[in-house]
Ligand binder design. Structure first.
Ligand SMILES: *Cc1c(COP(=O)(O)O)cnc(C)c1O
Length: 436
């Protein structure tokens, strides 16, 4: 399914176009970007600006074609500009872009989520992963009448105040911040957030409203749950009556048809989704047990709303994306990821670079230090300077990794064997080039 294009890029392609755009961008947008990691601060240099994308490729504004492993940080699973998704959006747009009244596609998307994730008896659609986790926590607090929440160091749940404490992803790169994880977050906002190490089951008490966890941690590189960790969280939450929330914004509909909860056989009370279910448009969702979800307005006292929630274009894109994700697709994703992980492992080993290539199903993460990481302390041993050097050497060879050492790679349905082999070959060459 590799989409080869005869076009070399936009007609405006010109040397220096990326730098010129970045110069204009920084004059009008803080740091030149609308999400910090895109600014290349942790790898140095300045970003390429994307002109268009198709399948496994993106073209920058200078007409350079990159083999893309960023894939919108996991929002894209079927490759860029998949014709099924493009056509669904095109058709939806012709019928109007937002109404402020319910539509059939919202029902269809909620039904599709429930069919895949049996724990989601009720589903509410929002517009981002951040909104999903923020709303799920409010719901857990409202339903239990308790304030305290527990999160795990290195897990990222979006940028709402109460969750920006020792978060991974880009937050891991802001130095000197431990808790709260950002200036502007009042101490009070995280006073009820306890941060504990990943892969260890904390002892809770009956002041805890919720435990929120990435069932496979994918924002501190890739850190797999140890056997028994998720089961232990389930049991401990049950013991004290706390709500167990799985943040499946990355794992949902990617790790398996029913996400991490299907793969590990542990059912949370609430689940949060984003990324894949929007097909590249703005969708998030949270869902769970009916008795919990019915605390939400208009049925209950927990307020949650959104002008663009369940947007017609976004639900059309999400339904189209999910329609592509059948059993064959998950088998293909697994094979592709195994090929990539094996190739990257061989490439780094041949270059004599200490590393661990983590893989859980279709998720593949690079850890540039010896040994498998199990928590945030382990994850932060990754050699961030070496990652920066490798990132640029790889980019010079036409492969786009994420511009941050704690992001993972997202091989998808458009990465066929030839694409994976080309990526591995270029990474191998880059690794030889940067090896210490
Ligand atoms: C990306 C991400 C979020 C936040 O989603 P946004 O759509 O960026 O707001 C939340 N949780 C996890 C695990 C994520 O990877």
């Amino acid at each position: 399914m590799t989409a080869e294009s005869t076009s070399a890029g936009p007609s405006s392609a010109a040397a220096g176009a990326n730098a010129a755009l970045f110069e204009r961008a920084v004059a009008v947008i803080p740091g030149g970007v609308n999400s910090p990691v895109r600014a290349f601060r942790s790898v140095g240099g300045t970003p390429y600006f994307v002109a268009r994308a198709e399948g496994p490729h993106v073209w920058d504004t200078e007409g350079r074609r990159l083999l893309d492993l960023v894939q919108s940080y996991g929002a894209i699973i079927a490759g860029h500009a998949h014709p099924t998704i493009v056509e669904a959006v095109r058709r939806a747009a012709g019928d109007g872009t937002s109404y402020g009244a319910p539509t059939e596609r919202e029902v269809l998307l909620a039904e599709e989520i429930r069919a895949r994730v049996p724990g989601c008896e009720r589903v509410r659609l929002v517009s981002s992963g951040t909104e999903a986790t923020m709303s799920a926590l409010r719901l857990a607090r409202g339903a239990t009448g308790r304030d305290r929440i527990v999160k795990f160091a290195g897990n990222y749940h979006g940028h709402s105040d109460g969750l920006l404490a020792e978060a991974g992803s880009g937050v891991a790169l802001i130095e000197g911040t431990v808790s709260p994880g950002s200036a502007g977050v009042p101490a009070g906002a995280v006073a009820d957030t306890a941060v504990v190490p990943y892969n260890r089951v904390p002892t809770l008490d009956d002041t805890v409203a919720a435990v929120i966890v990435e069932p496979v941690a994918a924002n501190m590189g890739l850190v797999a749950p140890r056997p028994g960790f998720l089961e232990g969280l389930r049991a401990e939450c049950d013991r004290v009556g706390a709500v167990l929330i799985f943040d499946e914004v990355i794992t949902g509909f990617r790790l398996a048809r029913g996400g991490a909860q299907e793969r590990y056989g542990v059912t949370p009370d609430l689940s949060c989704f984003g990324k894949v279910i929007g097909g590249g448009l703005n969708v998030g969702a949270f869902g769970g047990r009916a008795d919990l979800m019915e605390h939400l307005a208009p049925l209950g006292p927990v307020y949650q709303a959104g002008t663009l929630s369940g947007n017609p274009l976004a639900t059309a894109a999400g339904l189209a994306a999910l329609s592509l994700l059948d059993a064959d697709a998950y088998a293909a994703l697994d094979r592709t990821a195994a090929r990539l992980a094996g190739g990257l492992d061989g490439a780094l080993a041949a270059a004599g670079i200490d590393h661990h290539v983590g893989r859980v199903g279709p998720l593949v993460g690079l850890h540039l230090a010896a040994g498998e990481p199990h928590d945030y302390d382990d994850a932060r041993r990754t050699d961030t300077d070496l990652y920066a050097a490798l990132f640029h050497a790889v980019l010079d060879r036409g492969v786009a990794l994420a511009p941050g050492p704690y992001e993972i790679t997202f091989p998808g349905l458009a990465h066929d064997d030839a694409v994976i082999d080309a990526i591995v070959e270029r990474v191998a060459d880059a690794a030889r080039h940067v090896a210490p």
